[in-house]
Design a binder for this molecule. Sequence first.
Ligand code: PLP
Length: 414
Amino acid sequence: MATSANTTTPNTLLLKNPSIFKTSTSAFHAFPISKRLSISIKCSHSATVVAPPTQDRVFNFAAGPATLPENVLRKAESELYNWRGAGMSVMEMSHRGKEFMSIIQKAESDLRKLLDISDDYAVLFLQGGATTQFASIPLNICKPQDPVDYIVTGSWGDKAFKEATKYCKPKVIWSGKSDKYTGIPDFNALDQNSDSRYLHICANETIHGVEFKDYPTPAALLVADMSSNFCSKPVDVSKFGIIYAGAQKNVGPSGVTIVIVRKDLIGDAQEITPVMLDYKIHADNNSLYNTPPCYGIYMCGLVFEDLLAQGGLVEVEKKNIKKAQILYDAIDESNGFYRSPVEKSVRSLMNVPFTLEKAELEAEFVKEAAKEKMIQLKGHRSVGGMRASIYNAMPLAGVEKLVAFMKDFQARHG
Ligand SMILES: Cc1ncc(COP(=O)(O)O)c(C=O)c1O
């Protein structure tokens, strides 16, 4: 490979600094992925060092773990080996050291800014996914005999309800199952139990693509699973007793679960509550009761910084509306070639399921799209069809490329 004298590449760096072989491959990580070259160099002592190959990024439409903002990945890459002069990576730090303390505190304060979360709420960075919260919520805020209401607009709401049956007396007061989960109830027609401890909703059903655009007024508390639309738009947190979300869709990698809980709800957990599920334990210890998912929290912090830099959630929502609009328009204007099953007024801005009139072409659609570097478009195994998840980090260019592909596919197969 020809290299000019002044150009530094991984190759020249390695050749000029053979000691790098002895220590680590850190030199490669000083380079953005796009500039790395696939090389294989034999050293005199016969070790072989293979640099990562050049990897163009795909447009990843996965429902989660999902695509992350490219500038966040680049920043994490640049800080991976030696975080801001600490001499170690975030993965190696003590979770009680001053460096990590500064990371988690900044992440929390940026999230508070983003969602305008008042001091009446605790923000917890936990583990176990949103699935663990299906149990934690009734354990923390109910007694075993307490009635609670669930609105079930899709598979996740259903799972949350089923888990709650072990710890309180939940009732499904509305289910969209008979309509294959394509709608949201009329709030005025809801038959809420006046003694219900809380009303649970899944704010955005990731599999079915149904999103609450407004929220019902609960008899007591409103509790929402926001896993798949967390930080995708402004939310009036004061309307909720608890908001919870797995990070791996909109705000970070898997392994971090964020719980925003009104402080007066903390401290009265059922006796059987495992220590790891007790909000009081985590709130009293600022999410540092045990070893937290440090790197994941750091990544969430970078995403929060990025969302603030974009102008906050008002601006983020505008972008999300635009992306969803062009995708739904492409579906609606396809003369039935593509179909969205979801009732128009509650279509999700984040997860767009669609089917093909000719269902036998769906596998071909997914295969051809993957060849064009648009991956993970297959619908959830429980519903089939296709699904494009277009979270915050999916660039407009990704959706535009998908729409162009859909039109081309229709022209060829319509
Ligand atoms: C809306 C919603 N709730 C809960 C879950 C479960 O999350 P986890 O896998 O983090 O437990 C998911 C996962 O996709 C989801 O989309």
